[in-house]
Design a protein around this ligand. Structure first.
Ligand code: AMP
Length: 241
């Protein structure tokens, strides 16, 4: 091989490895108790990384709104603060992750929420990723529990773009009107004290064990989720680098 050929081959190899690095899919999942702020941060992160934001709660609420067979089943569980059956959620997620826009990565918010769902996600990843290298991380929002109930009952979201507000801690400029798109704010039906308590019980029983599950796999990153939106955002950027 001539010196010229040798150099050309080296450059091609270098370019290929750079391309591989830059296209390595980021697959991020977010864990944390209800109202820990992951919805706000994952919305922001999806814009920042230009990745699809897949939020199971919103997908289920859309099914309920459309009164689909899945929506009708889901509603009875959501109204009690319980987890919707794994088969139903896993099939919605599998369809979504198989879509074209998830090819270069995704942000999963609210799935998995139990060990059974985490195992289902492992199987999906194997099927969808094949042998491709992916940058998979589980990001856990750790914060003081006292603030959570108050965050839940004061939470409002835009009925048009989904932006999340809080009447006490992060109000809109004009009451009831989204700062971002002018849409009307609504309160989720399950954001009341009674259902919120059941959601916390479900979280500690079903979802909290995932912290150790992902820690044991070496992919867990924990961030301190106490503080303002900007403070948490800075910490989030550090762990997704
Ligand atoms: P969220 O908007 O993430 O707080 O979810 C609202 C409700 O949707 C939860 O309380 C559950 O009833 C249901 N839900 C959301 N994600 C899941 C999931 N991964 N598995 C089962 N149920 C879910």
């Amino acid at each position: 091989m001539s010196v010229k050929e040798h150099t050309e081959n080296d450059i091609i190899t270098q370019l290929q490895s750079m391309k591989k690095g830059s296209t390595m899919r980021k697959q991020l999942i977010f864990l944390g108790p209800p109202a820990c702020g992951k919805g706000t941060q994952t919305n922001k992160l999806a814009d920042y990384l230009n990745l699809p934001h897949i939020d199971t709660g919103s997908l289920l609420r859309a099914e309920i709104k459309g009164q689909t067979p899945n929506g009708i089943v889901a509603q009875s569980f959501i109204d009690k603060g319980q987890l919707v059956p794994v088969e139903l959620v896993a099939s919605i997620i599998k369809d979504r992750l198989s879509q074209e826009d998830c090819q270069h990565g995704y942000i999963l918010d609210g799935f998995p929420r139990s060990l059974e769902q985490a195992e289902a996600l492992e199987a999906m990843k194997e099927e969808i990723n094949g042998d491709d290298a992916v940058d998979f991380r589980a990001i856990y929002f750790d914060l003081d529990q006292e603030v959570l109930i108050s965050r839940i009952v004061n939470r409002r979201s835009c009925s048009v773009c989904g932006e999340i507000y809080n009447v006490k801690f992060h109000p809109t400029k004009v009451e009831g009107v989204c700062d971002k798109c002018g849409g009307t704010l609504t309160q989720r039906k399950d954001d009341n004290e009674e259902i919120a308590k059941a959601r916390f019980e479900t979280y500690f029983r079903e979802t909290a064990p995932l912290i150790d599950f992902y820690k044991n796999k070496g992919v867990l990153r924990t961030i301190n989720a106490n503080g303002s939106i900007d403070e948490v955002w800075e910490r989030l950027l550090e762990v997704i680098k």
